[in-house]
Design a protein around this ligand. Sequence first.
Ligand SMILES: *Cc1c(COP(=O)(O)O)cnc(C)c1O
Length: 236
Amino acid sequence: MDPSADAFAARREQALAAISRAAARAGRDPGGIALLAVTKGHGPEAVRAAAAAGQRLFGENRVSEGAGKIEAVRQEWPELSWRLIGTLQANKAAAALQYFSALESLDRQRLVERLERLLAETGRRWPVLLEVNLGAESTKSGVAPGELEELAGAALAAPHLEVRGLMAVPPYHEDPERSRPYFRTLRELRDRMADRFGSKFSELSMGMSHDFEVAVEEGATEVRLGTALFGSRTAA
Ligand SMILES: *Cc1c(COP(=O)(O)O)cnc(C)c1O
């Protein structure tokens, strides 16, 4: 795909229009749906093109890949905000805190403890989403739905973690309608957590390039788009 800023801007406008149409179908305000640009597999030039088109919110899967890109564009684009959307290894926790403004993939209690200890040293608070493994896929991270309440309780008890909601990557099917039941389940889990723990679970990060319109119809407050914005990734 053409990596130029103009070409990116056109693809971003198309994605935003599709989000608006899906929101309208569901009677939702499109202003309540954030577009996260996923730059994994693309270089700093993709970030620059996106930033020039007005994109401010970015996501990366891996701390080290993200850190390199963030460093590369930081001087030119200090206003960008970066969210970590892939599994966080304990030994990368300090680096993740340094580079990312939020974590969307909190999936285990050990990580809660580790992050809380690091954050307490500086008194900083860090927004987190809890990642749920909806399809019980062994290849994917995320907490099992049956263990979500326990993880939520632990995260909410950590004074320096700011629990904002839930994130999921459902099993892949080409037909986006097959993602719908998973998105609905995530929304129901979010509602259950909000009832149980209060209103801290407002965010629902769900939907990727092939199924984000269905995700918006089912209540996503953020969609995470890579391919739809930047084209296919070069094999790692
Ligand atoms: C890669 C990735 C995305 C973006 O995927 P596309 O299909 O390219 O839009 C979104 N979320 C997560 C967690 C990812 O790893």
